[in-house]
Design a protein around this ligand. Sequence first.
Ligand SMILES: [Zn+2]
Length: 322
Amino acid sequence: MLKNHLDQSVKSDLSLVSESRFSVGIDVGGTKIAGLLLDGNNQIVTRATLPVPKSSTESLLDGLARVALELIDAAPSEHRERCSVGFAIAGWLNATSDFVRFSPHLPLTGVFVKHELEYRVGRPVVIANDADAAGWAEFRLGAALDYDDAVCLTLGTGLGSAVIANGTLIRGAIGMAGELGHVCIDPTGPECACGGIGCLEIFASGTGAERAAWKAGLMMTGRELVAAAELGDRDACAVLDDVARPLAQALTMVVGTLDPGVVVIGGGFGTASPYFLDSLRRQYAALASRPESRPLVPVEVATWGPEAGAVGAALLAAHHKS
Ligand SMILES: [Zn+2]
């Protein structure tokens, strides 16, 4: 459904809050903490980064708090007290988004991260899965802006996803709704970092593309593979077709289940190759129902680049009613 159909009170409520608050958003990736400060008009005022301290949970939490406090201090003095703070974390959260169930690349598994960060930052904070935050940035200010229902996929080294239905980010019963990257698409496939077998992200991700290239005898990095495909290298194109195929199959399931108005593809790998996106659209269209029975859902490229997670975290925090 187009967002024009949103209830007017919801839209006015969102704009009212966004115009009155500065907000900090911090994305915690595998190697870098990247933070930014948004003003009340959702413009990026300044940024701050820090290498991820991985020596201990304490040092990582301290580093996150340090970046947050630095960015709060960058806000005009009259806005600092009400400045909201959101963190986008590469990991699975619980339903109330205060506890990290599992984070394969950060020492945060089993940590009540919301409590720990609120203690250090001295104010309420909002915690979100990084792909959820990136999807929210696309929904509020990006490629899904005109829609009320959207699925946003982030294809980097892995595959994250966000589901937005009727203007709400869907978290699910235990906080793990929309984890499309970890549904089994090949019961005979390799084991995934999550413990599952044949998960979609093993095949449809930057890492999956490199694996597929090597399997095809192309000793290339993901970046080299994408570059070769853009130059028309047939073998490279065939590999990207193979990577897009399971994702296209998954899209038919997502569209059939959730009926989104748009599917947004983001992430470093997802946005790097026009050939890959065309292949995905082509294969999805070939597998989908006939247009006369069910119109094809547009597959759009994400507007936000690597800052999507931080922007989304800031927006989620700004609109959070605490
Ligand atoms: Zn998995």
